[in-house]
Ligand binder design. Structure first.
Ligand code: AMP
Length: 218
């Protein structure tokens, strides 16, 4: 199974992808996490991607398509996958269709989490992440039990550089111009399930489960 999770930055893709991967026994492929890890480790990929991430811009399509091909070949033959943060441009969506066809697979469903920009700016500026284990918190809606310390591993929490307000606005602009056409691409192919992204992560999760179970029952 190939499931895609779309949505603007801050819509809660990462949180929902972790829960869905767990529930449906899928491997989560988060391109943002892979790129951040590459930057941290100083790998070739990290060197190429670093300045794009810093500015909130998209990493070029050929780099992303190579990355996703490698990930799919690694995981998809054995288990289903959930793509979190990919595709983000029409060229990536078309490249993915071709790549999956070559692997004898196809996209089963695309969940798009919908939410307005003002809510996202508020959410992202309250977001804190654990650089050690990748856990994500929100100081307002999902705070850690001890201030600025990760509940899972005890590491000091940070604010991602690209969660600062100017970069957030740039990421939203990029989403509207480059990623919204991807939503239309899947709508035209009758694969799109739109979910209201307001409310708590639990509320959004329940909407996603409901819409996906409708698909299972035809
Ligand atoms: P995310 O954590 O998904 O918001 O991704 C963080 C950053 O990684 C983005 O702002 C981009 O710079 C880069 N990135 C992640 N996924 C992609 C993608 N599919 N295409 C291009 N750039 C990406």
């Amino acid at each position: 199974m190939v499931l895609i999770l779309l949505g603007p930055p801050g819509a809660g893709k990462g949180t929902q992808a972790v829960a869905l991967a767990d529930e449906l026994d899928l491997v989560q492929i988060s391109t943002g996490d892979i790129l951040r890890e590459a930057v941290r480790s100083g790998s070739e990929l990290g060197k190429k991607a670093n300045s794009y991430l810093e500015q909130g811009l998209l990493v070029p399509d050929p780099i992303m398509l190579d990355l996703i091909e490698e990930e799919l070949k690694l995981h998809a033959p054995d288990t289903g996958v959930i793509l979190d943060g990919f595709p983000r441009t029409l060229a990536q969506a078309e490249g993915l269709t071709g790549l999956l066809a070559r692997l004898g697979m196809n996209v089963d469903a695309v969940v798009s989490i919908e939410i307005d920009d003002a809510t996202l700016v508020k959410r992202l500026s309250a977001r804190r992440s654990c650089p050690q284990c990748g856990a994500v918190y929100n100081l307002v809606t999902n705070p850690p039990s001890t201030d600025s310390t990760c509940d899972r591993c005890g590491h000091h929490l940070i604010q991602r550089d690209d969660d600062h307000v100017d970069t957030v606005r740039e990421r939203l602009r990029v989403y509207h111009t480059q990623t919204e056409p991807v939503v239309d691409y899947y709508r035209e192919r009758s694969l799109l399930k739109e979910v209201d992204g307001t409310g708590t992560p639990q509320e959004v999760w329940e909407r996603i489960v409901k819409i996906l179970s409708k698909q299972d029952n035809g």
